[in-house]
Design a protein around this ligand. Structure first.
Ligand code: ADP
Ligand code: MG
Length: 247
């Protein structure tokens, strides 16, 4: 049985006169990928920011494991199992792959750097960072400086950094952006592996990847959900074809 991990409940976000997210509800389940698609400006990144605590909704609720977490800070949400990767890269270029992963692992619980608990938690931090790099397929690159790895590997590193915080839910904003075919295939198999232990929200433009990966899709246009359902349902949805696929 799949477990409901996170929900957006009638979320709206207004920027001045613009309703960037307009009454959006969706559920994220453990072991499932929920993809949100839609043209540029549809409100996908804003929706992600509302779920991650980077933005406060104008109205509506964010629920994480049955708790109302609306208005919680990104750090507090991270400590309660929310991980995310960003559309814009979040890597420290002059640090090694390992150092980046370790910083991310450490950010999960900065209080563990207390003098007394330092020794044991350092071990836990190192283990989290190693496991994250392994899962992301980057352990063999651990000693390379982050700006010397390929673009695809940098996107894998961003996901490793999210994994290093031990999340239950992962919000991924365009993890395949700018990738070539081989890199995209690698990322698709990584995302498939992540399903095993996580609930995933996937914002993605690559429709082949989306239809290969998503258990459920939500289509947004101008801040609003115009359709929601399985890949097959969305593929054949007349409004989606008209509004989004340009038919
Ligand atoms: P998407 O990720 O689907 O391309 P966004 O969520 O980035 O869309 O943007 C949705 C709309 O909200 C766009 O019209 C964008 O210009 C606007 N927007 C996004 N962030 C802000 C902001 N901080 N202030 C004002 N307008 C914003
Ligand atoms: Mg976006």
């Amino acid at each position: 049985m799949s477990e409901l991990m996170m929900s957006a409940r009638q979320l709206s976000k207004r920027f001045g006169g613009l309703l960037a997210v307009n009454d959006v509800s969706l559920d994220l389940w453990r072991n499932r990928i929920h993809a949100v698609i839609g043209p540029n400006g549809a409100g996908k990144s804003t929706l992600t920011a509302l779920l991650s605590g980077d933005l406060e909704p104008t109205s509506g609720e964010v629920v994480l494991e049955s708790r109302n977490v609306t208005g919680w800070s990104p750090n507090r949400l991270a400590r309660h199992g929310l991980g995310r990767s960003f559309q814009k890269t979040n890597i420290f270029p002059v640090f090694t792959v390992w150092e980046n992963a370790r910083l991310a692992a450490q950010s999960r619980d900065p209080h563990t750097w207390h003098w007394f608990t330092g020794a044991t938690s350092l071990k836990a931090v190192n283990e989290r960072a190693t496991r994250a790099l392994e899962l992301a397929g980057l352990l063999h690159r651990r000693d390379v400086q982050a700006d010397a790895i390929s673009h695809g590997e940098q996107r894998q590193l961003e996901i490793a950094m999210a994994l290093a915080t031990n999340p239950k839910v992962l919000l991924l904003d365009e993890p395949l952006a700018g990738m070539g075919v081989t890199e995209a295939e690698k990322m698709v198999s990584l995302l498939t592996r992540l399903k095993k232990d996580h609930a995933l929200l996937l914002i993605e433009h690559d429709m082949d990847a989306v239809f290969a990966l998503a258990d459920q899709l939500t289509v947004m246009v101008n801040g609003k959900v115009i359709a929601s359902g399985s890949a097959a349902e969305i593929r054949n949805h007349a409004d989606v074809r008209a509004a989004y696929l340009g038919e």
